[in-house]
Write a protein that binds this ligand. Structure first.
Ligand SMILES: [Co+2]
Length: 409
């Protein structure tokens, strides 16, 4: 246990100690002077409070990968349209906040990919990531910045929406296939980005299938593109792969009832879905929208159902405005949720850390009243393996930006 705890601490420490401008060289001269030492420590702590901003003193965060729109002549014309370029610059504050979230995501996942090892508990895995995100965000106000949604660490046949609740004893195994899906938000602008973590290379063909499928979705996406056409392109690439496990060949299937989605301020699912199979949906993507392009591949049925204990919850934006909350406890819990998460998804551990206790009954009442919705784990058939890759893309008027792109995926 102890060494594992140390590892989690270490991940957080690495996340925070990347800065180059530390004043280590002066340390020698103040050695032995405890007052000076104390001062220095305080100063460093203050600096950490600044989070990722300290690495970008001018407040401008790096752009993602740019891709040209393809297809129609109108889209090709966009690139040189002066008026559209002007409009895009007007929205630059918003884009910069997405870029800040993306930079945090990249740094946290780089550390996570290096440090997450079999033998850690799922709680340690999730918390090391979440604590790093919070440290980089540099604010204690969870509505100004921090986790955009709970850190998913879904294993094997579970494709999504698993994060441990308190007391979860599950330990990460060498043969596990873990989908690490976490969100970072800056003033409500959410980066939704995920990869699949494995230790055994026998899963590589599965991972490659899904990575390629997601990149195909990104390439196909654009202003005026129909959802069904994106799904069709993704499906064709995904299902061209197979994977051999224990001497048996499995075709890689799209999980046909999982989808990408648009993202609105403080709203992770904005109402539009991006299918990963051809589904006939002629809804189009539009200028200025933000999309999470995510695809899931499976060696099982390619279809998920609810399974396992619920950890993810979210305020229901369509709730009846004056739905009565009868019990005082439930009313108080709702106030705490409003104050700390607003309409951002949260999990039971997040309620624990804001000091809520014995809240399950009240939480269930809020769910029954339709004020909160449950988002239980989504599982394919037991014994199969599922993988996921996901990026957030920004549909600028003239080009699209794969804002969460990194060296890793
Ligand atoms: Co998503």
């Amino acid at each position: 246990m102890r060494s594992e705890n140390n590892l989690a601490e270490q991940i957080e420490k690495v996340a925070l100690e990347e800065p180059a401008d530390e004043t280590n060289s002066n340390e020698v001269t103040v050695e032995g002077n405890s007052v000076e030492k104390k001062k220095k420590k305080k100063k460093n702590n203050k600096k950490k409070k600044g989070g990722i901003n300290q690495f970008f003193p001018d407040g401008v965060f790096p752009e993602g990968e740019w891709q040209e729109y393809t297809g129609s002549e109108e889209n090709l014309r966009r690139v040189t349209d002066e008026e559209k370029r002007y409009l895009d610059r007007q929205a630059n504050n918003k884009w910069n906040e997405f870029r800040k979230g993306a930079e945090i995501h990249r740094r946290v996942r780089q550390t996570a990919q290096k440090n997450i090892k079999p033998g850690m508990t799922m709680i340690e895995v999730a918390e090391s990531i979440e604590n790093s995100v919070r440290a980089y965000s540099g604010t204690d106000d969870s509505l100004k910045g921090g986790m955009g949604f709970p850190c998913g660490v879904s294993l094997n046949h579970c494709a999504a929406h698993y994060t441990p609740n308190a007391g979860d004893k599950v330990v990460l195994q060498y043969d596990d296939v873990m989908k690490v899906d976490f969100g970072v938000h800056v003033n409500g602008h959410i980066i939704d980005c995920a990869w699949t973590q494995t230790f055994n290379e026998r899963y590589d063909p599965l991972l490659n299938a899904v990575k390629e499928a997601t990149n195909t979705g990104i390439k196909t996406a654009g202003i005026d593109v129909r959802m069904t056409d994106i799904g069709e392109a993704v499906e064709e690439v995904m299902e061209s792969y197979e994977v051999e496990l224990d001497g048996k060949i499995f075709p890689v299937k799209c999980i046909r009832n999982l989808q990408g989605h648009n993202i609105k301020p403080y709203q992770i699912h904005g109402g539009k879905s991006v299918p990963i199979v051809k589904n006939g949906d002629t809804t189009k993507m539009e200028e200025g929208e933000t999309f999470a392009i995510e695809t899931f591949g499976s060696t099982g049925k390619g279809y998920v159902v609810h399974g396992g204990e619920c950890s993810h919850y979210m305020k229901n934006l369509d709730a009846p405005p004056n739905a009565p909350i009868r019990l005082d406890r439930a009313k108080k819990l709702m106030q705490a949720i409003d104050k700390n998460f607003g309409s951002l998804p949260f999990c039971r551990r997040y309620l624990d850390r804001i000091g809520e206790e014995k809240y399950l009954l009240a939480l269930n009442q809020l769910c029954r009243a339709g004020l909160i919705t449950e988002h239980p784990p989504l599982v394919d058939v037991k014994g199969c393996y599922t993988a996921q890759y996901e990026h957030t893309i920004l549909l600028h008027p003239t080009r699209k930006e794969v804002v969460s792109r990194g060296d890793d995926y």
